[in-house]
Design a protein around this ligand. Structure first.
Ligand SMILES: Nc1ncnc2c1ncn2[C@@H]1O[C@H](COP(=O)(O)OP(=O)(O)OP(=O)(O)O)[C@@H](O)[C@H]1O
Length: 270
């Protein structure tokens, strides 16, 4: 494997007595797209927040290339090349779609402003399927289109590492297919990504490798199909009393309704 782009070591974050991320370690190679998966509350979003600097680690190291990110402010981490989307979309609702993307471009290392940014904004909006909506206030977009806009804003930062927190959640089957195709096109261009995702169809389609967390700790790290078949991983998702022979196949034909392994559904496979 080539030198990792991202190397996380001993990463730890507690909220009071709850250790949300506990000595987490994993690597991501340049151009790799990994799935960061695990049951609800296992620490995935906290790990993303630590990498993007929204939260400060108690201990451990996050290296992006030669740079140590722990201790840096989020805006510094952006300048090192980390961009993200949020589990609950955060767009600037009163600003136009174009201005939302312009806000991302302004933080791009080297910056891009005014007329010079116009072409890039239009291209980014078209890229995520929002061509022609430049002037529309972001708050008037549907939730799914706000997700697209948030992705365009993240891409405006020209990231080296893109963190997508459940970007494909809540899409209908057609939107999911489009969403997967869009992420795949970014992957084909060599963008390194971490996908926190419960939609297993997307994980199988996009991630060669998965890192699985459970109760803050790393449970498994390996090829996607193998890891998601791992009985320990299955038990973590579905509970101790599940017969692993009864499990759904690790791969679904494209076009089926999205499969979600989700403990919110009372331990059911929803
Ligand atoms: N700011 C916070 N303050 C206190 N506890 C928190 C905070 N953020 C997360 N937690 C707790 O840390 C644990 C891990 O949460 P986290 O959101 O990282 O899990 P997750 O794997 O992303 O879950 P989900 O799949 O449901 O999004 C949970 O028990 C959660 O309640």
């Amino acid at each position: 494997m080539s030198a990792p782009l991202l190397k996380v070591t001993g990463l730890t974050k507690a909220f009071g007595g709850l250790v949300a991320v506990d000595k987490l370690g994993f690597e991501v190679a340049p151009g790799e797209v990994i799935g960061l998966v695990g049951p609800n509350g296992s620490g995935k979003t906290t790990a993303m927040n630590l990498i993007s600097g929204a939260l400060r680690a108690d201990r451990g190291s996050i290296r992006l290339g030669d740079a140590e990110l722990v201790g840096l402010r989020p805006d510094r981490i952006v300048r090192h090349g980390v961009a993200r989307t949020f589990q609950l979309v955060r767009v600037l609702g009163s600003l136009s779609c174009a201005d939302n993307v312009a806000a991302g471009l302004a933080f791009h290392p080297g910056g891009a402003f005014g007329a010079g940014a116009r072409e890039r904004i239009d291209a980014l909006l078209a890229r995520v399927g929002l061509g022609g909506r430049e002037a529309l206030p972001a708050g008037e977009l549907t939730y799914i289109d706000q997700k697209r806009l948030e992705l365009a804003r993240a891409l405006a930062l020209a990231p080296r590492l893109l963190l997508l927190d459940e970007w494909l959640a809540g899409l209908n089957p057609t939107e999911l297919r489009e969403g997967i195709a869009l992420i795949r096109s970014l992957r084909d261009e060599g963008l390194t990504m971490i996908l926190v995702e419960h939609v297993m169809e997307a994980v199988h389609a996009l991630c060669n490798r998965c890192v699985v967390m459970n109760a803050g700790v790393l449970l498994a790290d390996g090829p996607t199909a193998e890891v998601l078949r791992n009985p320990e991983v299955v038990r973590a998702y579905l509970g101790e009393d599940v017969e692993t022979d009864d499990l759904p196949p690790p791969h679904l034909p494209t076009g089926e309704a999205p499969t979600q392994l989700n403990l919110d559904a009372g331990g059911q496979h929803a």
